[in-house]
Design a protein around this ligand. Structure first.
Ligand SMILES: Cc1cc2nc3c(=O)[nH]c(=O)nc-3n(C[C@H](O)[C@H](O)[C@H](O)COP(=O)(O)OP(=O)(O)OC[C@H]3O[C@@H](n4cnc5c(N)ncnc54)[C@H](O)[C@@H]3O)c2cc1C
Length: 224
């Protein structure tokens, strides 16, 4: 596969080419900061060219099986049902209806699955009695959503054109953003930090595991 990553804040273009079955390859191009890849053939080709000769050469060598298809649904939206003081009994909302993510980060299905596990736990905890489960479950969904939300919105806010929501600018939030930047530099040079980051990024471990002393010092050392 070939992957060209966009780099915030000023290098918004990226692309990905990867194989599917039967000799079919997917070509995906993306532009942050509203730098949308065109879906007409000429604009598509020009955008591919801007990603470098290897990328545009691979695209030019292929036979298209469809016209380019554009997609601009990149918002993330958390409805915070877990914060409501009152909630109807035996009524459960999870998945995208609870929190939808910018799909570029590929988190929605995993968070929905983690929420389903949390719902199972809440049902078991209540000994099979259905009343009293729903609100506890909504609160549990809030917890499993937190880490993915932080990663997705943190990455989106690195782009100056991102709109909506409120971005905390307190000391802890600024330190958190600075530290995650250092982690991202360290993943390129330290396999242990890379593994720790992958586990968080794949939602196997919570975000605070990146602040564990063993990882923290490796991240700091990688700066020198
Ligand atoms: C382009 C794109 C790429 C993505 N890539 C990834 C990825 O790589 N990894 C990942 O984990 N997630 C990814 N996601 C996110 C993932 O698809 C969603 O998080 C997941 O599908 C949410 O599941 P859901 O059941 O909550 O909602 P949905 O899958 O949207 O299902 C809701 C269903 O309800 C139906 N419906 C709506 N209204 C009504 C109604 N009134 N009556 C009856 N039925 C109704 C809809 O037709 C739909 O079938 C991606 C999303 C997009 C858009």
């Amino acid at each position: 596969m070939m992957l060209i990553t966009a780099t915030p804040p000023h290098d918004p273009r990226g692309g990905l080419i990867f194989p599917e079955e039967n000799g079919v390859w997917v070509v995906m191009m993306a532009g942050a900061n509203k730098d949308y890849p065109p879906t007409d053939e000429e604009g598509f080709t020009a955008f591919a060219r801007s990603l470098g000769p290897e990328f545009s050469g691979a695209v030019a060598a292929a036979t298209p099986i469809s016209k380019p298809i554009g997609y601009r649904g990149t918002d993330s939206r958390w409805r915070h049902y877990e914060k409501l003081a009152r909630w109807p009994e035996r009524y459960v909302v999870l998945g995208d209806a609870f929190c939808g993510f910018n799909p570029v980060y590929g988190q929605g299905m995993t968070v929905a699955a983690l929420s389903a596990v949390a719902l199972g736990d809440a049902l078991r905890h209540n000994g099979g009695e259905l009343d009293g489960v729903a609100q506890r479950a909504e609160r549990a969904f809030g917890k499993v959503t937190e880490g993915a939300w932080l990663l997705a919105t943190g990455a989106d806010y690195a782009w100056p054109e991102t709109v909506g929501g409120e971005r905390s600018n307190g000391l802890a939030a600024r330190f958190g953003r600075w530290y995650i930047d250092q982690v991202l530099h360290a993943v390129a040079v330290d396999p242990q930090v890379r593994m720790a980051f992958n586990e968080v990024n794949q939602l196997v471990k919570p975000v605070p595991s990146l602040f564990a002393p063993g990882i923290f010092w490796r991240v700091m050392r990688s700066r020198s």
